[in-house]
Design a protein around this ligand. Structure first.
Ligand SMILES: C[S@@+](CC[C@H](N)C(=O)[O-])C[C@H]1O[C@@H](n2cnc3c(N)ncnc32)[C@H](O)[C@@H]1O
Length: 532
């Protein structure tokens, strides 16, 4: 039996911190036995270093439909309350409990009693039976005794459990350093269930019309409108204001219940994640507008980069904006202006990511949204999409071509950087088990390497939008401060007070997942390259 409760950092949730991929399949992933046994095994596999996203489907697929909801709630709630339950457990036993299997089983029992309102006798009996099935019958007396003690006064123990955060101490400490004012609300917010948001494909319909379709399907949703203001130095309009609308569902809903989901009319995407594509797109338009007034030359080919693109959520959003016929499109011309020309005659979009399996998910997403290359060609949008599997710390555009010039080629870069994903713990509560303190430093170094490699590939006057879903300053505002200190040709584009999202930082804005109705903990900073 293993004697520690510390998780390996290997194979941390996919889209984020650096990891090594040598993780062996966990022996705990054999899915048989009762629902509780399977949930306990899944939690043990997560403690072995497997991410929730890699073990959730095998768990749910192994169950009858009638059991899936309970298993899902049991697993996710145990993960959300994990560290608080572990602390409570330490106060309940006379002697320290070291065996991971026993601790995990008791935590699963506690969740049923304190958070899921499972009847006492069922919670205790079934959990003890699960312990027997997993072959540590030697601990059933202890498990039984602890659960009975809690069942006598659940509200007292629930209060105790809710009192502090449910994070590893190193992370709570760092959040206290970074966000002392927001600390209590933030750490409580991170244990809650995140709301479900939809992005509506603006190339196909409006948010208002899709809200009506949802009502028709008896799904209630509110329109959420985020306003962004930023000052573009060399644009004729100094302050750019843009509005981003999405939908927040009143209840989490299976995607196949959403009208026309399979036809690509809507996508599940956090509201704060929906800011990325409109901001970089608007900045790109500001650049092209500025150049247009300089040269009157609009017969131009634009090249843009999505630097860490998989599974393609923000890439698809950007393509939706580029494909729509409204003023967010570079190819749009006002109907009543015969003289007007589009801002771009042709657009090349390169998307890179270093994980081949995740790149497959880009193709799946684009297929559902009718945004594959053939779709773009049929729509006569003149957009050439190139998806590349490459390491953004080293990749150079055109490096493999004979005629490579090493000239900067990109007019705009979206860098949705790998990060510790501490801003999305509500959706991926396994992060609070899988991350280690060392990940912060390692991730910050990776981010700096990517920035360092991509920046020379951005044209003078071009924009780079740096995005993370982290709430740690080292990966965000401090990363940006360090970057501009070492890059004299980087100008910070300030977000103005018109922004109704996030907290202004010395560079960029930070969203915190405090409010149960708001989006995840994203960070945004917009940089422009000045003339060399
Ligand atoms: C935050 S996720 C991107 C999410 C994506 N932009 C979206 O909206 O769906 C970060 C991505 O960076 C990728 N990544 C991590 N290290 C990388 C590297 N060195 N080079 C390229 N991509 C990397 C990961 O595979 C992951 O897909």
């Amino acid at each position: 039996m293993r004697q520690t409760n510390s998780a390996s950092k290997n194979n941390a949730p996919r889209n984020n911190a650096p990891r090594n991929n040598k993780l062996k399949p966990s022996s705990h992933l054999i899915m048989n036995g009762s629902v509780r046994v399977r949930v306990i095994r899944t939690l043990l596999a997560i403690q072995d270093g497997h991410s929730l996203s890699s073990v959730l489907d095998p768990l749910l697929n192994s169950l009858h439909d009638g059991d899936k909801g309970f298993a899902h709630a049991l697993l996710l709630t145990t993960l959300r309350q994990w560290h608080a339950l572990a602390r409570l457990l330490d106060t309940l036993a006379d002697n320290p409990i070291d065996e991971v299997e026993v601790r995990t089983t008791i935590q699963v029992g506690l969740v049923q009693l304190l958070y899921l309102e499972v009847a006492d006798h069922a919670a205790i009996h079934e959990t003890v039976e699960a312990a027997k099935e997993i072959e540590f019958a030697h601990a059933t007396g202890l498990i039984n005794a602890i659960l009975r003690k809690v069942a006598k006064n659940p509200s007292k123990f629930r209060k105790k459990c809710d009192k502090k955060h449910s994070l590893p101490n190193w992370l709570a400490y760092q959040l206290k350093q970074d966000w002392s004012e927001q600390y209590d609300a933030l750490t409580q917010g991170l244990r809650q269930v995140a709301p479900m948001f939809l992005r509506v494909n603006s190339a196909v319909t409006s948010v208002e019309d899709y809200q009506q379709s949802l009502y028709g399907a008896e799904i209630d949703a509110d329109i959420v409108e985020l306003t962004t203001g930023f000052n573009v130095a060399n644009s004729s309009e100094t302050t750019t204001i843009l509005s981003t609308k999405g939908l927040r569902l009143h209840q989490t809903t299976a995607v196949n219940a959403l009208p026309h989901f399979s036809e690509g009319i809507a996508s599940v995407q956090d509201m704060h994640a929906q800011l990325a594509a409109p901001i970089i797109n608007k900045a790109l338009m500001a650049k092209l507008n500025a150049e247009k007034s300089d040269t009157e030359n609009t017969n131009n080919e634009i090249h843009i980069l999505d630097a860490c693109a998989a599974p393609g959520g923000k890439l698809a959003h950007w393509l939706e904006l580029l494909s729509s016929n409204d003023s967010s499109s570079l190819f749009h011309v006002k109907q009543d202006d015969a003289e007007a020309k589009p801002l771009a005659s042709k657009l090349k979009l390169t998307a890179i990511d270093n994980e081949a399996p995740r790149i497959e998910r880009i193709y799946d997403n684009l297929q559902r949204l009718n945004l594959k290359q053939q779709d773009l060609e049929q729509a006569e949008k003149n957009i050439a999409l190139n998806v590349v599997c490459a390491d953004a710390t080293r990749w150079q555009h055109g490096k493999n071509k004979k005629a490579a010039t090493n000239e900067p080629v990109f007019d705009a870069i979206l860098l949705d950087s790998p990060c510790t994903a501490t801003g999305v713990i509500r959706r991926h509560p396994d992060i609070s088990i899988l991350r280690t303190e060392e990940d912060i430093e390692q991730t910050a170094l990776l981010q700096a390497d990517i920035l360092h490699n991509l920046w020379p590939q951005l044209k003078a006057g071009g924009y780079l939008l740096y995005v993370t879903c982290s709430i740690l300053k080292q990966e965000n505002v401090e990363q940006m401060q360090d970057f501009i200190t070492h890059h004299n040709d980087a100008a910070v584009i300030e977000f103005t007070e018109a922004c109704n999202w996030g907290i202004a930082q010395t560079i960029g804005r930070q969203c915190l997942p405090i409010d149960s109705e708001s989006g995840d903990g994203f960070y945004y900073a917009l940089l422009q390259k000045t003339a060399e």
